[in-house]
Design a protein around this ligand. Structure first.
Ligand SMILES: CC(C)(COP(=O)(O)OP(=O)(O)OC[C@H]1O[C@@H](n2cnc3c(N)ncnc32)[C@H](O)[C@@H]1OP(=O)(O)O)[C@@H](O)C(=O)NCCC(=O)NCCS
Length: 334
């Protein structure tokens, strides 16, 4: 699918402040093509991890230049010892032995994440060939939450008819409790601001303002109350974030329906940030819109980390990877 004007605008934004992004899956041709496209467009400085000879051969076969791209084979890197040491120091209290640290540092996802921790790169995009858990775990262990008391979660930028929305969480927190759900909503609102999207947040449910009952509905109601309470704090002053729930999708997106079902809602049928009650709902909904609704879907993008590490869907195209790199650059610019 062609990239929307919105994603093109993110690419331009990334070009204004060049960041260094690691792509650890150098064995994947889509990743190699994306690295070429990103470098040609000067969207980011790219480091590819993988077999240097195979990557050079692939570039030569396609008549692409590797001149502005750094290629590192972790096993041959002079930095391997430094990264092993760093990993060991960070994780020894958790029971990691030096031998285990040596083995893990050779894993491309760990090596790339350690590059960020050491300040040798600004962000990483992986997951074309790895599960979400394999991509996310090193980031959770090494980069860690920006706010200690708040879980890292994820979002998708969904573009429908050139209009961007934030969907969260569709990729990490499987069954958030009320506090975690409130945190996801607040972090997603901050994400929306970072990406120039209005922070009008709908806490989604199968119920609107008490129209249905049950523990699932009550969880969303409690989370909404917690998030609204947090908005009163100094931290959120002047950010103009609007959060309301519990809302069904039609009330969140349609002013007419909202006026009937939730007449006093601040969201007013204009939600741009959609918060799902659990990962089943979020993941199913984004994929349905992507496959049947012809929406562009970028993510899962992690939010709430100290530095950006982002995941790809294993069905991604080279263009999807380019979009994910642009998004990662904007997060790194924060
Ligand atoms: C993200 C995920 C991989 C973490 O689970 P895990 O690997 O079992 O991680 P653990 O529970 O062992 O935790 C590892 C570390 O990360 C931390 N952590 C786990 N989830 C976290 C979160 N959401 N935010 C911040 N830290 C988190 C743990 O506290 C732990 O830290 P520590 O080792 O320093 O004490 C897991 O939540 C998961 O599998 N989510 C679903 C992902 C998925 O399959 N998505 C598919 C749709 S795209």
């Amino acid at each position: 699918m062609a990239q929307s004007e919105y994603i093109k605008s993110l690419l331009q934004k990334a070009q204004q402040n060049l960041k260094t992004i690691v792509l650890p899956e150098g064995e994947d041709e889509r990743v190699l093509e994306a690295a070429h496209l990103i470098t040609e467009a000067k969207t980011a400085k790219i480091i590819i991890l993988g077999d240097t000879k195979k990557i050079a051969d692939f570039y030569a076969k396609n008549n692409w230049s590797l001149y502005d791209i750094e290629v590192i084979n972790p096993a041959d890197s002079p930095q391997l010892g430094k990264y092993t040491e760093l990993l060991y120091e960070l994780r020894k209290a958790k029971g990691l032995s030096y031998e285990e640290a040596q083995k893990l540092a050779l894993n491309n996802n760990y090596f790339g994440t350690l590059m960020i921790k050491a300040g040798d790169a600004d962000g990483m995009v992986s997951g074309a060939n790895h599960s979400t858990a394999d991509t996310v775990r090193p980031a959770l262990q090494i980069i860690k939450s920006a706010k200690k008391e708040r879980a890292v979660s994820s979002f998708f930028i969904m573009v429908s008819q050139n209009k961007p929305y934030i969907f969260s969480d569709c990729g990490v927190v499987i069954n958030p409790n009320d506090k975690e759900l409130a945190d996801i909503a607040l972090t997603a609102a901050e994400t929306a601001i970072m990406f120039g999207i209005e922070p009008t947040v709908a806490m989604l449910s199968f119920s609107t303002k008490g129209s249905a009952k049950g523990e699932e509905v009550e969880k969303v109601q409690r989370a909404t109350a917690l998030a609204k309470q947090a908005l009163q704090s100094e931290e959120y002053r002047g950010m103009n974030i609007k959060i309301d729930g519990e809302l069904q999708v039609d009330a969140a997106l349609d002013a007419g329906v909202c006026a009937k079902k939730a007449p006093n809602s601040e969201v007013d049928g204009k939600a741009r940030v959609m918060i799902f009650p659990n990962l089943d709902a979020g993941n199913i909904c984004y994929k349905m819109l992507q496959r049947l609704g012809r929406c562009e879907a970028y993510g899962p993008i992690l939010q709430g980390l100290n530095a950006p590490v982002n995941d790809l869907s294993r069905g991604c195209s080279a263009e999807d990877i380019v979009g994910a790199v642009a998004i990662t650059c904007i997060q790194a610019n924060k």
